[in-house]
Ligand binder design. Structure first.
Ligand code: AMP
Ligand code: ZN
Length: 472
């Protein structure tokens, strides 16, 4: 497998630290709001990575954190704690907010066929480990205390900009007005490891006892503590969205490598942004859609997954409703072609041999092993689907094997109710009404109209069942 490593800016052959096992850490959601579909694009990329590792025979040990404390309104240490602020405004407890949005996140990933991490660990369950890590950073001379907080002194860590390759002068921190500047900070770019309950955080709800008095951890320390706790250090692969390169992952590396004097992870992978109207989709910009926005409009969540797979994870993807519509049609076509397979004798003996099958398998593996080239993988899926000389049973087997990576839910094809468009549903309802009134001629003519639109309706004990007619 070749994977692009942000650290080396090169594609590298994946060699696990432990034979047959891949240790994977993916930064998780900040649970103060629903995930938007940009966030979900990143989780889909990580899921494809995990499934590709598995497809290549590795056992994957996947760890993800849940950020339920310490992530301020900017990724640097500005503004309020995201969860605290939402809880306060809504008159709820921070714990309720965290629980509510963690459950929403789990529902979203389930709907998108994203496999849940083997270990999903909230920051608030790892306070002891975070405090211990900060203490170690004190011991090693990287941490210092002010009246407001504990900071990491970046001037002490030589390779601070190794991942981002930025000049330190480009790392502008704290340009906004509401920023409370800590005059005791040695360097404006130093980042917080622990916040004390003073000033803006005097009434912060989540608080823990520490050697520096009551307070709460900064955002970055949780990932250093959780990844090392469950995967050791170094581990194989660390991922996130590209916005994590300059601040969050740079700070994770400084903390973990400062504390233990060895690399945190071997390969760093970053997913590009999902855009709307060519601008980054972001909660703060207000230009975002959630998965519910999509399903309320009648889209299948897996149509969004299909859309995401159509672009390689390192390229930007501009979201439009038209592109989602096309993805939904394409996915429905995959499903209906697959459903129609058993009824069609599409095998012309002698023309194709299983050799062809092996070549498709190889091409598919080549695509996904080339830094997760999902658009090519989808092309190969379509080549197989369209090739009417492959025996049906082999074709199905091959497609379902590809779906171990693509995760389009094709193994459930029989139970899948392909989304039916509104105009067809209207006709189905009108037909039901006509039947109830015993207007059978009218009902039959509605059935014909439904079929002309490419759907069939079957009358079952539970009512009418509408599905896509196989493509001719
Ligand atoms: P957050 O919940 O804000 O910590 O973000 C969760 C994940 O989504 C992180 O890995 C981010 O880098 C990623 N992310 C944020 N915005 C976008 C976007 N517009 N497109 C793709 N990924 C994003
Ligand atoms: Zn992280």
């Amino acid at each position: 497998m070749n994977l692009y490593n942000t650290l080396s800016r090169k594609k590298e052959t994946f060699k696990p630290l432990h034979k047959g096992l891949a240790g994977l850490y993916t930064c998780g959601p900040t649970v103060y709001n629903y995930a938007h579909i940009g966030n979900l694009r990143t989780y889909i990329f990580e899921d494809i990575l995990r499934r590709t590792l598995h497809y290549n025979g590795y056992k994957v040990h996947h760890v993800m954190n849940i950020t339920d404390v310490g992530h301020l309104t900017s990724d640097a240490d500005e503004g309020e704690d995201k969860l605290d602020s939402v809880a306060r405004k809504g008159g709820k407890s921070v714990w309720d907010i965290a629980k509510f949005y963690t459950e929403a996140f789990l529902r979203d990933i389930r709907a998108l066929n994203i496999k849940k991490a083997n270990i999903l660990s909230p920051a608030t369950r790892n306070i002891k480990e975070q405090i211990a890590l900060i203490q170690l950073l004190f011991k090693k001379g990287y941490a210092y205390e002010t009246a407001q907080a504990i900071y990491f002194d970046i001037s002490k860590f030589k390779n601070y900009t190794e991942l981002s390759r930025q000049k330190l002068s480009e790392k502008i921190v704290g340009a906004r007005e509401e920023v409370v500047v800590d005059s005791e900070k040695r360097n404006p770019r130093d980042f917080a490891l622990w916040f004390k309950l003073v000033g803006r955080f005097e009434n912060h709800t989540m608080r823990w006892k520490s050697p520096w008095g009551y307070g709460f951890p900064g955002w970055h320390i949780e990932c250093s503590a959780i990844s090392t706790k469950y995967l050791g250090q170094p581990f194989d692969i660390h991922t996130g969205g590209i916005d994590h390169i300059n601040v969050h992952h740079t700070n994770e590396i400084a903390q973990s490598e400062g504390a233990y004097g060895k690399p945190l992870a071997r390969i760093w992978m970053h997913g590009e942004f999902l855009l709307t109207n060519d601008a980054k989709m972001a909660k703060s910009a207000g230009n975002f859609y959630t998965l519910a926005t999509l399903t309320e409009k009648g889209f299948d969540p897996l149509a969004f997954r299909y859309l995401v797979l159509g672009t390689q994870y390192r390229k930007q993807l501009n979201f439009t409703w038209d592109s989602l519509r096309s993805a939904q049609t394409a996915l429905e076509n995959v499903k209906s072609t697959l459903t129609g397979l058993s009824s069609r004798a599409n095998y012309k003996p002698g023309k194709e041999t299983p050799k062809k099958i092996v070549s498709y398998e190889n091409k598919f593996k080549e695509a996904i092993n080339n830094d997760l080239n999902t658009p090519n993988a989808l092309k190969i899926l379509w080549d197989v689907l369209k090739n009417n000389t492959i025996p049906t049973a082999l074709k199905k087997k091959l497609i379902l094997d590809f779906d171990r990576v693509l995760g389009l839910g094709l193994e459930d094809i029989k139970s899948v109710n392909v989304a039916v468009p509104d105009n067809v549903m209207k006709l189905v309802k009108a037909r039901e009404k006509a039947r109830a009134l015993q207007q059978f001629i009218q009902a039959d003519s509605l059935r014909t109209k439904i079929e002309q639109l490419g759907y069939k309706v079957e009358d079952t004990a539970k009512g009418p069942k509408t599905s896509r007619l196989p493509k001719r």
